[in-house]
Design a protein around this ligand. Structure first.
Ligand code: HEC
Length: 142
């Protein structure tokens, strides 16, 4: 294979595998095609562009666990920041339901300001009531 073609093919595979969690759900697949370039750090907008495909816009989840009424999301901000930055894989139980999927890492894809905005949004939406997260906290959390 021509080396440049190889790069194109692996880029396409990367995009496909990022969207893998939505396989089997036609409407989610369509939503995955929305552009992921966000200039603002408006948490609601960042969420609807990057997270709602898997976690649903009402935060109730689907293939991915719910973020609404999730004690981890409203708990220690460092744990939430770490998961969103580095992604998550393996078995987790949320509100008595088992999940065993993969969430991609968001560091390097979203800016620290957008990460702070979206984490603040999930901690304070759908009845969740937890403290805001700052860009400084995002950058200092591994
Ligand atoms: C490609 C689908 C997908 C996208 C997009 C996605 N997630 Fe996830 N997320 C998951 C899956 C799947 C899990 C559970 C992983 C597991 O089973 O180990 C998860 C887990 C989480 C958790 C931990 C929940 C818990 O109780 O363990 C948080 C917090 C989270 N996601 C936030 C976000 C945020 C914020 C975004 C947007 C920036 C986002 N996710 C985008 C699929 C996704």
């Amino acid at each position: 294979m021509h080396p440049r073609l190889g790069i194109l093919v692996s880029a396409a595979l990367l995009i496909t595998s990022t969207a893998a969690c939505s396989s089997g759900n036609a409407s989610s697949n369509t939503a995955t095609k929305t552009t992921k370039v966000m200039a603002s750090s408006n948490g609601a907008a960042v969420f609807s562009t990057n997270c709602s495909t898997c976690h649903s816009s009402d935060g109730k989840g689907g293939i991915a666990p719910p973020l609404a009424g999730n004690a981890l999301v409203t708990g220690d901000p460092q744990k939430v920041i770490h998961i969103v930055k580095d992604g998550l894989t393996g078995a987790v139980q949320v509100n008595g339901k088992n999940y065993n999927g993969t969430m991609p890492a968001w560091k390097g894809i979203l800016s620290n300001a957008d990460l702070a905005g979206v984490i603040t949004y999930i901690r304070s939406s759908w009845g969740n009531k937890a403290s805001a997260v700052t860009s400084a906290q995002v950058s200092s959390t591994p």
